[in-house]
Design a protein around this ligand. Structure first.
Ligand code: ZN
Length: 489
């Protein structure tokens, strides 16, 4: 690799040069959605953040195996192992099978992510498809003595673990602090300490999603799936583990403890976390009533939205911030992002019209360097966008005849600009779908001309056949005195 990438490791709290265990192969695991509702703006940020990392590392020549899971079991309403399973609850309320809920929202999640031009991961494993692997890992942790059974459930013994390995180093929490901050258990609780977490939960009689295990009919704890599936698809040690900052504790802290307890070593070299999206400075949440789904953004149907915002508008808006910085949603910010996005798309179109000259008055190599430097510095997309705006300025000056460019420099400019805008930032020109429309209208002109010919030759069979065939695919043909017109149903 000719580029040195530096990334901020949440575990060491500093930027480190990226050195995969087994180059050019890279293993990357990202916590995916719990599929019990429509994807919202908060889902778009981790998806886009790790999409950019996936795209950039792949561009540099790494062979990235990108695993992003689907959580379809074990994620309870309360992160401290309490409440109903989120999928089961939705299924009960909607009178559906839990797997109907999972299927429905997984498809909708994919649709939203496809719209945002987020590339699909290499593997997308479901937690419910890996119950055996999770039970095996719980057994290993039990065998090492870092978990205990209580009323058919298995809990991770944080105090015992902490005697041998530091617990809390990812989140910066200490066990002493946890002890002093926790409520007293009232003796009814199955856990020895409130900060112990479930590896396996015994299912209550009314609980629908349940599997047999050596301990009880039940289901795995939420943190187990990522440890088990990460190890299965990326090996006991792998390079990158990502997710939102809200997952650092308890989810990722628990994952580290589980892997160390089971295998005696940490699974992950680099922990990467994206920051959150707030709405007018407030955390987004269903209960706060400021929860806007991606579909609502795309069609503008939420009351807080002044208009519809296209998928590329949303994508550009998120990329305007470095992934570890906060993003605050407002209509003004999205409309400003729309202008920036359109400026880049306009530059893409202008770029193809530029004519080379004998001499260059501009120098492109430094722009290319700036683009790589931005991405090498912890995937700094706002800095990259600034470099691309500088390129845009030059493109417009060349187009206006105020600067000149040689054919070689023009090739370099085209190559750099398109690589970073299209391949790495993953932006495309949404208005180019009107390109498709012009193709369709061209085709329809041809078909209707053929039909007109048939009619003039009194070949009614052909003319009716064309009309009926078009009708069957939803295109209505209407004959007028000036010829035929068409419309979609
Ligand atoms: Zn996870």
């Amino acid at each position: 690799m000719t580029q040195s990438v530096f990334l901020y490791n949440t575990l060491t709290r500093r930027k480190e040069e990226f050195k995969p265990y087994n180059p050019p192969y890279v293993g990357m695991y990202v916590c995916g959605p719990t599929v019990y509702g429509d994807a919202h703006l908060g889902h778009a940020r981790p998806a886009i953040t790790f999409d950019i990392i996936y795209r950039y590392l792949s561009h540099l020549g790494y062979k990235v195996r990108y695993v992003r899971n689907i959580t379809d079991v074990g994620h309870l309403e309360n992160d401290a192992d309490a409440g109903e399973d989120k999928i089961s609850k939705k299924a009960r309320l909607e009178q559906l099978e839990p797997m109907e809920v999972v299927q429905y929202y997984t498809i909708r999640y994919h649709k939203s992510m496809d719209a945002l031009n987020v590339l699909r991961p290499s593997i997308e494993p479901h937690a419910s498809g890996h119950i055996i692997e999770q039970i095996e890992m719980v057994k290993k942790i039990m065998d090492k003595g870092y978990a205990y059974e209580s009323e058919g459930s298995i809990y991770f013994d944080v105090l015992k673990f902490n005697k041998d390995y530091p617990y809390g180093k990812l989140s910066g929490r200490s066990v002493d602090e946890m002890i002093s901050n926790t409520r007293d258990l009232d003796g009814q609780d199955e856990k020895r300490n409130s900060f112990d977490f479930a590896l396996w939960k015994k299912a209550q009689p009314e609980h629908i999603m349940r599997w047999p295990s050596p301990w009880s009919d039940g289901f795995p704890g939420w943190h187990m799936e990522c440890s088990a599936m990460g190890a299965k698809y990326l090996g006991e040690v792998f390079d990158i583990h990502g997710g939102g900052m809200d997952l650092i504790f308890p989810h990722h802290e628990a994952e580290i403890a589980q892997s160390v307890a089971a295998n005696g070593k940490e699974a992950v070299k680099y922990w990467l976390h994206n920051n959150m999206i707030t709405i007018n400075g407030q955390k987004m949440g269903k209960s706060l009533g400021n929860f806007i789904t991606l579909d609502q953004f795309f069609d503008g149907s939420h009351e807080k939205l002044e208009k519809a915002y296209s998928p590329m508008n949303i994508r550009f808006f998120i990329l305007q911030a470095q992934y570890r910085g906060t993003v605050d949603f407002s209509n003004e910010a999205l409309q400003a992002a729309e202008k920036g996005y359109k400026k880049l798309m306009e530059a893409l179109r202008t770029l193809d019209k530029l004519k080379p000259s004998e001499k260059s008055s501009v120098e492109i190599a430094s722009i290319k360097d700036d683009c790589y430097q931005a991405m090498n510095d912890d995937f700094n997309t706002p800095q990259l966008i600034a470099a691309l705006f500088e390129a845009t300025r030059l493109i417009n000056l060349i187009n206006d005849g105020k600067e000149t460019i040689t054919i070689n420099e023009l090739e370099l400019l085209k190559n750099t600009f398109k690589t970073f805008v299209i391949d790495i930032l993953g932006l495309y020109d949404e208005t180019s779908s009107s390109g498709n429309e012009s193709v369709i209208s061209g085709l329809m002109d041809t078909i209707l001309t053929l039909r007109q010919d048939a009619k003039q030759k009194k070949d009614w069979a052909t003319s009716d056949l064309i009309r009926d065939k078009l009708k069957s695919i939803g295109i209505q043909v209407k004959d007028t005195k000036d010829g035929a017109t068409w419309s979609l149903d």
